[in-house]
Design a protein around this ligand. Structure first.
Ligand code: AP5
Length: 537
């Protein structure tokens, strides 16, 4: 569904969405205008309302929309509803019919711009294309000569349409708050479309993936009940599963994982993503929360490496991993590293985990001496530690020919000790093998001797910036506090930065987050504040 004030650009974006995604565009404004120009009974009733900028009675519009939605093309290709529902009664009608959108886009444009857009709008009656006398004039005089102005596009009527929109918008928005995406509509139409394109592509991927995982599970069932009989490779699976006459659930899981991962890899899909966890200020975090983040970081990192990225940065600032908080759990960081390393080792990669050696080399104070913890952790019975996973320090000499990738734990510049030269030596030696920095702090700190600020500073900063963020998670608090959480910012390669706002349920009281908007680039503090305050970007 797409919504927004009159002239916020719904029709313009719909043209581009339909072209790219092939969904059926259902615009109540267009349907009503067609009825009016055909002089039908509905058209005659609607005309008076439309000309005065008022809403056409709900029963007329709702009957029209539901009839259109039930047609074959809308069912097969999917639909894009534009300008409906426009009142709480209309939203309720759809809810009763169980008709819900996958996503609700709201185009946000300041009032003064809307009036100019309406007054300057022109329509090509032949193609239905939308133009604007200044913003988007037609290419040639032939089109220009046949353009028409909509009868409700006078300044007075626009003002009244705007007022009616504002009276109803909140009620409709609240129905769809769970799938709401507010988009800044006061930018060039191509820029807006780029953001919509990324949101819709992701949605499509998630939907495809859900149907593929359905397919995979039926395929899997088929393997067990039918497939053994016919397929040679399935005989291999069969003998693998049943060789020791024990129907091992571990083996079953292994096959399931293999099938799913090979399917997902070949389709380039992301596993269904469930939204961000709640109760993040409760420390220690529950096992589920920790597992959620390990998996989230792993998926982003795997996708980035699959996309050929070799200099990566993971920034994860949940309270348990944030040294600024009162309680900071080193075990969680170590567990995250173990998960990453073992998962890559599972894929046959030889992973070197590097930490600073000695008291301060490349390691935050809080982590000094924790390398031993990593060494003593449970690395499984399969001999991964020592064979596939090795622990070393940061530096060029640490890179061996057989290492496939490197995970560097929280490398940090310290006063009087700049890690960057060791890091650079290491990445130079690593060549095109992936190097992943987890929670690095490579800011240029002043050394007691004052040397660090001057010598090669620009080059060092440039080098530190050359690592691409593949995962970012940060909780947002009111300035100067660390409680309560007001939202979160998440980015998982290759998707956009997602801004979440906390909107708790009142009864029963429940912590809840909704996605407010997305950003192609990492947003500034001001951009985040503006979004929270509902201001246009
Ligand atoms: P409807 O046709 O839906 O009108 P609307 O909601 O007022 O929206 P518009 O069509 O005016 O604007 P738009 O957002 O599509 O903007 P556009 O892309 O054209 O409804 C008309 C009437 O029908 C209503 O008043 C009501 O009476 C009735 N009705 C409809 N649905 C109803 C319902 N559910 N219930 C009851 N009654 C209903 O762009 C506008 C202009 O801006 C164009 O000139 C365009 O070129 C320009 N522009 C677009 N994007 C940009 C950009 N990014 N930068 C600069 N200019 C831009």
């Amino acid at each position: 569904m797409i919504s927004g004030a009159p002239a916020s650009g719904k029709g313009t974006q719909c043209e581009m969405i339909v072209q790219k995604f092939g969904v059926v565009h259902i615009s109540t404004g267009d349907l009503l205008r067609a009825e009016v120009s055909a002089g039908t009974e509905i058209g005659n009733k609607a005309k008076e309302y439309m000309n005065s900028g008022r809403l056409v009675p709900d029963e007329i519009v709702t009957a029209m929309v539901t009839a259109r939605l039930s047609l074959k093309d809308a069912k097969e290709k999917g639909w894009l509803l534009d300008g409906y529902p426009r009142s709480s009664a209309q939203a309720e009608s759809l809810e009763k019919l169980n008709i819900r959108p996958d996503i609700y886009i709201m185009l946000d444009v300041p009032d003064e711009i809307l009036i100019d857009r309406c007054v300057g709008r022109r329509i090509d009656p032949l193609t239905g294309r939308i133009y604007h006398v200044n913003n988007f004039p037609p290419d040639n005089d032939e089109i220009k000569a046949r353009l028409v102005t909509r009868s409700d596009d006078t300044e007075d009527k626009v003002k009244s349409r705007l007022q009616i929109y504002k009276q109803n918008a909140e009620a409709v928005l609240s129905t769809y708050s769970g799938v709401l995406n507010k988009i800044d509509g006061n930018r060039p139409k191509e820029v807006i479309f780029k953001e919509l394109d990324s949101l819709l592509t992701r949605l499509q991927i998630d939907k495809d993936e859900a149907s593929i995982s359905g397919l995979v599970s039926s395929y899997f069932t088929w393997i067990f009940f039918e497939g053994f009989k016919y397929h040679p490779t399935l005989h291999f699976w069969a003998s693998f599963v049943f060789s020791d006459n024990i129907f091992s659930s571990k083996k079953l899981l292994l096959i399931c994982r293999y099938l799913l991962s090979s399917h997902f890899q070949s389709f380039g899909l992301q596993k269904n993503w469930r939204g961000i966890p709640t109760r993040l200020n409760n420390i220690p975090h529950s096992r589920e929360i920790r597992k959620y983040f390990y998996e989230d970081v792993l998926q982003a990192t795997q996708r980035a490496i699959r996309d050929g990225k070799t200099r990566l940065k993971v920034e994860i600032n949940i309270p348990e991993l944030n040294p600024e908080m009162d309680v900071y759990r080193i075990g969680t960081l170590m567990e995250l590293i173990r998960n990453l390393a073992l998962s890559f080792a599972d894929d046959g990669k030889r992973v070197k985990g590097s930490m600073g050696e000695g008291s301060l080399a490349g390691m935050p104070l809080q982590l000094a001496g924790t390398r031993k913890i990593l060494e003593f952790m449970d690395w499984g019975d399969d001999g991964a530690m020592g064979n596939f996973v090795k622990i070393g320090s940061i530096g060029g000499d640490e890179v061996d020919d057989q290492d496939d990738m490197f995970i560097l734990v929280a490398p940090q510049n310290a006063v009087g000790n700049c890690i960057i030269d060791d890091l650079r030596a290491m990445t130079d030696a690593a060549g095109d093998r992936p190097v992943i920095l987890v929670n690095p702090r490579l800011k240029d700190l002043p050394g007691s001797s004052g040397i660090m600020q001057t010598m090669g500073r620009d080059k060092r900063l440039e080098y530190a910036a050359s690592f691409e963020i593949c995962y970012h998670f940060r909780l947002l608090y009111y300035a100067g506090t660390q409680y309560p959480i007001m939202g979160a910012l998440r980015m998982s390669h290759p998707y956009a930065y997602e801004l979440y706002k906390r909107v708790d349920d009142e009864s029963p009281k429940k912590e809840k987050y909704v996605m407010l908007t997305t950003f192609a680039e990492r947003p500034s503090g001001d951009e985040i504040n503006d979004s929270f305050e509902g201001k246009s970007r």
